[in-house]
Design a protein. Sequence first.
Length: 137
Amino acid sequence: MIMQILSGTPKWVFVLFAALLWLGVQQMLPRRVGLNRATLLPLAMTGLSLYGVASAFGGLPLALLTWLAGTAMALAATLQLQSAAGASIGMQPSLAHDSSFALIVSGLYGAFSGIFLARAARLWRIALQHANTLQTA
């Protein structure tokens, strides 16, 4: 079953996966980047996110409005966390002990993780239902 899924997957998906994996590994290394480069990945991911919503639910304007509202809320919540000097724990180690900061960031990380896990679980459920349908037919 998994081989059928992989063989039917377009090649660009594997290239994109490898590129994102490489970018993720690069994020673990300390480095300095310019503002343009630091802005590129968030813009690319936002574009891919919007494309995903538009391609899946493009005929439903409410879906695009919901995407926009979710983006605006996440942006507003994240900007509230940042002070003028920056909000990363590396720059302000005291934030590691700020319970408000910890709860908000942990909640956001958990929410995004839950969304990703739920999507994977739904895909697994659909694939297993399809496999069961093929076996009973």
